[in-house]
Design a protein around this ligand. Structure first.
Ligand code: NAP
Ligand code: SF4
Length: 675
């Protein structure tokens, strides 16, 4: 019997059957904007070949005013259909099914032409929306229905109507954004008229044998959001209007509660979807922070939903479902919910990819071909760069020996996994361990490779990582001054008052680590909800807790410092930096920029400010932790070069500045794909 009987069970929709309960949720990847339809087709086809039940594309605008940004991908005219046909043909060729998401951004559109129910500007956009009149509303409905018709013509199996996350349809539902007094505003019946009419008109334009998913915001996480009664009412009306499936949306984009970041507990919101089960008769999909077959199976087995949506996990591993079905779940590359290569890229105008799988969205460019000339390859170092190179080289048929000085693999990942809120890194390191074993790579732990060890290899890859940078602060040799490794890996004792030198990713991580008293909220959903102020939409409209966020007060007093005068944490992830800053603010961390480090005394860290080194101040501290960045560890690379031997140097050993795992994994895979 299957290990995942609920997950792998077909879902009968009456006119068609999905082969399992797994939906690849919609993601904006930036691919559609490239206009390279064969590349887009390759991306979706690879996911279809991995056995997912139904794919939903990234959001497609139904008209110019509804695009998330000017020139956002959309089905603007009949001329756009041919490109989409390439995608649907490729997916069907792999035995998959695909629905197109219709996304009208409303006031979230980054343009002065954006439209909405009322001219209420969003806090995350500079543009107040243009209030629609009766004709304008009719145009939006007609454009969405036409986009659905074009999707049908393009060969899609269905559409998903984006009704959540604070986009256009959602904006009509709540009084915060809908101030109208005509038939589209005021009472709830009036406010839900637009979404319901959209579903009705879409159904009318596509006929009965076409999947229509409605993505419904089940917890808005904003003040004056929808009440639970309203949510149920809308769900029933949407079903009556012709929806085949209802998908879950969690939180508006302007909400100040994280909903998909790595520190959000797994399946943190499936309890909300469960509340809707039994209220409608169409299947209901649960979403957000579901990233393993075990978690997905439990969601279904516990009756929280009829189907699960996973989006980013299909960037990390297109073969997710196939591997689960084969009983190889431990070989599924895990999505660690870091956002570093997917959402952060999109918000920087770059094409998405995946930290764990740099091939995501680059399927046609980064091709892993079997080698015709197998070589003996030595890889030195088992951080992300070395592991990525070793696994790719091995996959291509090379014989790989992997050297690691430590007694375990993972390098810097072993620090990340110790940080509360970063528990997903455990799974990443475990996946690397399993994959290295399964690939038959010769792993030599506790072995510091030297020139002699490396004799006889055809290629040498040096991935020896980094060493902590010495900031050279007078007094730093005292016993109460520690490096971040001493704290995160060495178990060094740390006092109650702590000054942290350096506020990069690791400075923030060390602060989180030192502030955690007891269980990590990421491992305890009830604690996490309390900390961030997530309530129940049955009790408070929008689902914000009545008492607001209630973080546990830490026993330590932490001060985080940097020399730059800019706001601390500015360089952190584009979509996650605010979460790290908010988490530390909630725990009363003092953040001080623009300092000069004068010296460290028994009483703490002495700093001054500005070029004139004025305003000398003592930051009282029992312990000072140095998190001042890193330098490349190039000893072996230099020895090889001095001996006239050629080596490829990758990861932190190549470039320590702003080193992150994303660049390391990408560089390792790209090198090994051509070696
Ligand atoms: P980093 O991001 O380069 O930050 C180094 C910090 O040290 C900065 O605050 C810098 O600020 C300070 N600094 C640099 N030179 C110094 C000196 N000579 N004396 C005193 N202070 C100095 O390095 P990191 O924090 O070690 O992180 C390494 C990489 O790991 C990051 O680039 C990041 O990509 C990744 N990472 C990311 C996260 C995350 O996003 N959450 C978490 C962990 C690690 P000033 O120069 O202004 O003083
Ligand atoms: Fe998941 Fe991070 Fe990959 Fe995005 S970049 S898909 S969050 S692992």
């Amino acid at each position: 019997m299957s290990l995942y009987p609920h997950l792998l069970a077909p879902l009968d929709l009456g006119f068609t059957t999905l082969k399992n309960r797994v939906l690849m949720g919609s993601m904006h990847t930036g691919l559609e904007e490239t206009g390279d339809w064969s590349r887009i087709g390759a991306f979706y086809a690879e996911r279809a070949s991995g056995g997912v039940g139904l794919i939903v594309t990234g959001g497609m605008a139904p008209n110019r005013e509804g695009g998330v940004f000017p020139d956002a991908a959309g089905l603007y005219s009949d001329g756009d259909i041919a490109g989409h046909r390439i995608v649907t043909d490729r997916v069907h060729g792999e035995g998959g099914m695909i629905a197109m998401q219709i996304l009208h951004a409303g006031r979230y559109a980054y343009s002065a032409d954006c439209v909405g129910p009322s001219p209420v500007k969003s806090p995350i956009s500079p543009f107040p929306p243009n209030e629609l009149d009766e004709n304008g509303i009719e145009k939006q409905i007609a454009d969405i229905a036409t986009a659905a018709e074009r999707a049908l013509e393009a060969g899609y199996d269905g559409v998903e109507i984006m009704g959540s996350e604070g986009y256009f349809l959602n904006q009509f539902l709540v009084t915060r954004t809908n101030k109208r007094t005509d038939r589209w505003g005021g009472s709830y019946e009036n406010r839900m008229r637009l979404p319901v009419e959209v579903v009705r008109r879409v159904r009318r334009s596509v006929g009965d044998r076409f999947i229509v998913i409605y993505r419904l915001s089940m917890i808005d996480l904003i003040p004056e959001g929808s009440s639970w009664d309203e949510i149920v009412r809308l769900a029933r009306a949407v079903e009556d209007a012709g929806a085949t499936i209802i998908n879950t949306g969690i939180g508006w984009h302007e909400a100040r509660i994280p909903t998909i970041a790595t520190s959000v507990p797994r399946r943190a919101f499936t309890w909300v979807t469960k509340k809707l089960m039994g209220e409608v008769s169409v299947p209901v999909i649960a979403s957000n922070r579901i990233n393993t077959p075990e978690v997905a199976e439990a969601v279904l087995a516990e009756g929280c939903a009829d189907m699960v949506s996973m989006a980013r996990p299909f960037l990390a591993d297109p073969m997710f479902v196939a591997k689960a079905a084969r009983g190889e779940a431990e070989l599924i590359a895990p999505c660690i919910a870091c956002n570093q290569a997917c959402l952060d890229h999109v918000f920087s105008g770059e094409t998405s990819s995946c930290l764990v799988n740099p091939r995501a969205c680059f399927e046609t460019e980064l091709v892993i071909r079997q080698t015709e000339a197998p070589k003996r390859i030595a890889v030195v170092g088992t951080g992300p760069a070395g592991l990525s190179a070793a696994l790719t080289a091995s996959e291509r048929g090379h014989s790989v020996t992997l050297f690691e000085r430590d007694s375990r693999i993972g390098g810097q990942l072993n620090m990340a996994r110790r940080i509360p809120g970063k528990e997903e890194f455990h799974g990443l390191v475990e996946w690397y361990e399993t994959s290295v074993r399964a690939a038959g790579i010769d792993l030599q732990l506790e072995t510091a490779a030297d020139l002699r060890t490396l004799d006889g290899f055809d290629e040498i890859i040096v991935a020896t990582g980094v060493t902590p940078r010495d900031p050279g602060i007078p007094g730093q040799d005292q016993a109460h001054v520690l490096g971040y490794r001493d704290v995160l890996l060495g178990g060094a004792e740390v006092g109650q008052r702590v000054a942290i030198v350096g506020a990069g990713g690791i400075g923030f991580d060390v602060a989180e680590f030192l502030l955690q008293d007891g269980e990590s909220p990421t491992e305890n959903p009830a604690l996490w909800r309390k900390e961030w102020g997530v309530g129940d939409p049955s009790l408070t409209p929008g689902g914000l807790a009545q008492k607001g966020p209630q973080p546990k007060r830490p026993s330590r007093k932490v001060t985080l410092l940097q020399r730059k005068a800019t706001a601390l944490g500015k360089g952190l992830g584009k979509t996650t930096g605010w979460i790290h800053r908010a988490a530390l603010n909630m725990k009363n961390v003092r953040m001080i920029g623009g300092v000069n480090y004068e010296h460290i005394g028994a009483d703490g860290l002495h700093v001054s400010f500005g070029e004139a080194r004025e305003n000398s101040t003592l930051i009282e501290a029992d312990t000072v932790v140095i998190c001042a960045g890193q330098n490349s560890e190039r000893t072996l690379a230099d020895e090889l070069a001095a001996a006239g031997r050629t080596a490829h140097v990758i990861g932190g050993a190549d470039l320590a500045a702003e080193l992150d795992a994303k660049r390391a994994v990408d560089q390792g895979m790209r090198l090994a794909s051509v070696i």
